[in-house]
Ligand binder design. Structure first.
Ligand code: SF4
Length: 299
């Protein structure tokens, strides 16, 4: 798991498939690429078996472009739609069986630190709302309370899309689904608040129709998790199949939902702000200069 693992062994270059050669020669490993350059380099995730127009896939692509060091990153997932795409990407993927992804990631992250010391080796969990808030809830919460140093990303499509439309803890109250025909009777779980109470150093919500913002939150979350503690991103990634969203309206839906109930939010602990500023030069967390004496405060 380093740049070396993607390079050709001497003499093998001409025998490798074109896809592989393209990834080595034109992929993002060892370079600084950004979402604004998409289309000019070979992406870590290009082909996948997910439904046409699925917003979750777009989000996963954006997230992978945004990893600070993709050549030093391992993703962990679990059952659900997302892992169908994540497992096709050109970075190592570990399948945590039915909700134990945060337990697996805890051991993996600790083991990598023992093995590689100070070299950054990032672990990023990407799992659905069912895997994160329902089946894997216990392990997710305990990993946060233990301040395990990896990022958890919830791909929140607000339904069990992979198994035909059952309600999840993240489904909104009243939502009627194929396998919840009477409508959900309980509120959507407040995982953001739980993440803060459990001590996450960074908590954010995003939707995929703002790539620069996705890039910004992924970078911050992964960098903070390296040294400060657990980080959590909750991304609205609609299921166009179970919610009957026409594929050409998926981004419109994301915008509507963002305006309605999924507004961008970001919590950064004081320790994380200081770390980002001092280690990575983030200026946005520098203390604001004091107003000159006699200045009239803005209304
Ligand atoms: S079932 Fe829904 S979440 Fe799963 S791949 Fe299809 S559109 Fe995406």
């Amino acid at each position: 798991m380093s740049l070396d693992y993607v390079k050709f062994s001497n003499g093998f270059e001409r025998f490798m498939p074109k896809e592989y050669r393209d990834m080595v020669e034109h992929g993002p490993f060892g370079k600084k690429v950004s979402v604004s350059q998409m289309g000019s380099f070979k992406e870590i995730l290009e082909e996948h078996p997910m439904c046409a127009g699925c917003a979750m896939t777009l989000f996963i692509r954006l997230a992978m472009v945004s990893f600070p060091n993709p050549e030093d990153t391992i993703t962990v997932g679990t059952a659900g739609c997302g892992r169908l795409a994540i497992s096709q990407a050109a970075i190592p993927f570990v399948y945590g069986n039915y909700g134990d992804q945060n337990g697996v990631a805890s051991g993996l992250s600790r083991g990598l630190r023992l093995r590689f010391g100070d070299k950054p080796k990032d672990v990023v969990v990407m799992a659905g709302d069912g895997g994160t808030a329902d089946i894997g809830f216990q392990q997710v919460l305990h990993s946060w309370f233990r301040k395990e140093r990896f990022t958890t990303i919830m791909l929140d499509n607000e339904v069990y899309g992979n198994t035909g439309g059952q309600e999840s803890g993240m489904t909104n109250r009243g939502a009627v689904l194929k396998m919840a025909p009477l409508g959900k009777k309980f509120e959507k779980m407040d995982m953001l608040q739980m993440a803060k109470v459990a001590g996450c150093a960074y908590v954010a919500t995003v939707v995929p129709n703002n790539p620069r913002r996705v890039e910004s939150v992924i970078k911050k979350a992964v960098l903070i998790a390296r040294e400060v503690g657990s980080t959590y991103i909750q991304a609205y990634t609609s299921c166009n199949i179970e919610y009957a969203i026409p594929t050409d309206k998926v981004m419109e839906d994301a915008k509507t939902v963002e305006n309605d109930r999924y507004a961008f939010s970001e919590y950064v602990s004081e320790e994380a702000k200081q770390y980002l500023t001092e280690r990575y030069g983030y200026k946005e967390y520098l203390p604001k200069p004091a107003a000159p004496a006699g200045a009239i405060p803005k209304a």
